[in-house]
Design a protein around this ligand. Structure first.
Ligand SMILES: NC(=O)c1ccc[n+]([C@@H]2O[C@H](COP(=O)([O-])OP(=O)(O)OC[C@H]3O[C@@H](n4cnc5c(N)ncnc54)[C@H](OP(=O)(O)O)[C@@H]3O)[C@@H](O)[C@H]2O)c1
Ligand SMILES: [Zn+2]
Length: 362
C-alpha cells in the first residue's frame, strides 16, 4: 500500500477534481506484476493502468490488488474500475479508504464482494486521507479547501515599509511555494498584493503544471497591465469583484473559441462591509470545479479570512530576518474575539533552507 500511495502522489496537480489514486498488483507467489496511478484527469484510473502492466493475465489468478481508494462503480469519463477488476479471478482487493463520493460510496466494494473477491479496507487509511485532504473536503462541503500561505520575518512583519515583500523568504522556500502552486487547483491574491508586488503567480522554480489564478478585486479597477492580466499563461486570471458593472465573461465569440469556463472570467459576488463577500467568493470557485485554493495573503486579507473562519490549513514561513517596521502579519482577531486564543492543530515545523515552515490546521 505504501508503494501504491507513493505512485498516487505522482498525479498531484493533474487529476483534480478527481482524487489521487495508486494501485499495485501482486501475483499469488508475491511477485509485483502490475502498478499504475491516475495520471491525468479524464484519463484511465489507477486500477486500469495497473492491469494494463500485467504481462500474463493468467498471473491474475488469486492475485492481490492494493489500491489507495475504493474502486469506482460508476460510468464517468471512463468505465467503472470495480467492473474491470471483477473480470479477473482475483483473490483479494485491499483498499486504503472507501470513496465518499456519493456515486461510489461502498458500491465498488459491494460489487467486488458479490463477485466473490475478498475486500479489506482501512490499510494506511490515514495516509490515504491525508493525501486527498482537499478532494475529501470538497466532496463533503462542496467548497474548496483553503490553504493560507504567509511569510514573515522573525519580528513579525510580512512587508517592508515600502510594501515590498518578495525577498522575505529564501530560495528553497520560494521553490516550495511554486511546488504548491503546481499542486493546488488555484492560487489567489488580494488586490493590494496584485498592485504592490505585481506577481505572475506562475510556476517557474520547479517543473509542474501552471495553476488557475484568482485575484480579489472588489471595485474591479485593477489595471490590465498587471502581469496577472497581461501575461501569456495557460489560464486567464479569474477576477472576483463586487462591481456588477464590469460583468461576467459576456463575449459569446470568446466563449465559443475558449469553452474553458475559466477563460478571462469575472466572477461577481455580493459586497460585505465594503469588500467582496469572501465566503461567497470561495463558493463560486467551488462551483467552477476548483477543489483547493492556495491564498498568498497580505495582512488585511489574512485577517479577514481568519476572522471569518475561512482558512482550513496554514503554511507560515518564518525567515531569519528583521525588518523593524512595515506591515504586521495578522492584525488581530477583532473585538469580539479579542481574548480568544485559537489553538491550531500542528502538523509539523520543518526547516526549508534557512527558513522555518509551520504547517497546521484550523
Ligand atoms: N509576506 C507575505 O507572505 C505576503 C504575501 C502577500 C502580500 N504581502 C504584502 O502584503 C501587503 C498587502 O497586504 P493586504 O492585506 O493589504 O493586501 P491583500 O492580501 O492584497 O488583501 C487585500 C484584499 O483583501 C480583501 N479584504 C481586505 N479586507 C477585507 C475584509 N475585511 N473583508 C473581506 N475582504 C477583505 C480585499 O478585497 P476587496 O478587493 O473586495 O476589497 C482585497 O482584495 C503588500 O505589501 C504585499 O507585498 C506579503
Ligand atoms: Zn475508477
Amino acid at each position: 500500500m505504501k508503494k501504491a500511495l507513493a505512485l498516487a502522489q505522482k498525479g498531484k496537480g493533474y487529476v483534480s477534481p478527481n482524487p489521487l489514486v495508486g494501485c499495485v498488483i501482486y501475483s499469488k507467489e508475491g511477485v509485483r506484476i502490475g502498478e499504475g496511478y491516475h495520471e491525468r484527469y479524464g484519463q484511465p484510473h489507477a486500477e486500469i493502468n495497473a492491469l494494463k502492466k500485467v504481462k500474463d493475465p493468467s498471473d491474475l489468478l488469486d492475485a492481490t490488488v492494493y489500491v489507495t481508494l475504493e474502486p469506482c462503480a460508476h460510468h464517468g469519463k471512463t468505465p467503472p474500475c470495480a467492473d474491470e477488476l471483477a473480470k479477473y479471478p482475483l483473490k483479494r482487493v485491499v483498499v486504503a479508504m472507501e470513496d465518499p463520493n456519493p456515486k461510489v460510496n461502498g458500491k465498488g466494494i459491494a460489487l467486488l464482494r458479490k463477485k466473490g473477491i475478498k475486500v479489506e479496507t482501512g490499510l494506511l487509511e490515514e495516509e490515504g486521507r491525508k493525501m486527498n485532504e482537499a478532494f475529501l473536503f470538497y466532496i463533503q462541503f462542496h467548497k474548496p479547501f483553503v490553504i493560507l500561505k504567509m511569510a514573515q520575518t522573525l519580528d513579525g512583519y510580512i512587508a517592508a515599509p515600502d510594501g515590498s515583500s518578495k525577498w522575505i523568504t529564501g530560495k528553497a522556500s520560494r521553490a516550495l511555494v511554486h511546488q504548491w502552486r503546481s499542486e493546488y487547483d488555484a492560487v489567489l491574491v488580494g488586490r493590494n498584493t496584485a498592485l504592490f508586488d505585481n506577481p505572475r503567480l506562475s510556476v517557474r522554480h520547479v517543473e509542474g503544471r501552471q495553476p488557475r489564478r484568482v485575484v480579489l478585486d472588489g471595485p474591479g479597477t485593477l489595471p490590465d497591465q498587471l502581469h496577472l492580466f497581461s501575461d501569456i499563461h495557460e489560464h486567464k486570471t479569474i477576477r472576483i469583484t463586487h462591481n456588477k458593472g464590469i460583468g461576467g465573461n459576456e463575449d459569446p465569440a470568446l466563449q465559443l473559441l475558449q469553452p474553458d469556463p475559466f477563460h478571462g472570467k469575472n466572477v461577481v459576488v455580493p459586497e460585505l462591509n465594503g469588500h467582496c463577500n469572501l465566503e461567497q467568493a470561495f463558493n463560486e470557485l467551488g462551483r467552477l470545479g476548483i477543489t483547493s485554493v492556495l491564498v498568498e495573503a497580505g495582512s488585511n486579507l489574512a485577517t479577514a479570512l481568519i476572522r471569518q473562519n475561512l482558512v482550513d490549513k496554514i503554511h507560515l514561513f518564518l525567515a531569519p530576518k528583521m525588518l523593524g517596521g512595515g506591515t504586521r502579519s495578522v492584525l488581530g482577531l477583532g473585538v469580539e474575539r479579542m481574548s480568544e486564543i485559537i489553538p491550531l492543530k500542528t502538523e509539523n515545523w520543518t526547516q526549508v533552507g534557512d527558513d522555518m515552515l509551520y504547517t497546521g490546521y484550523f
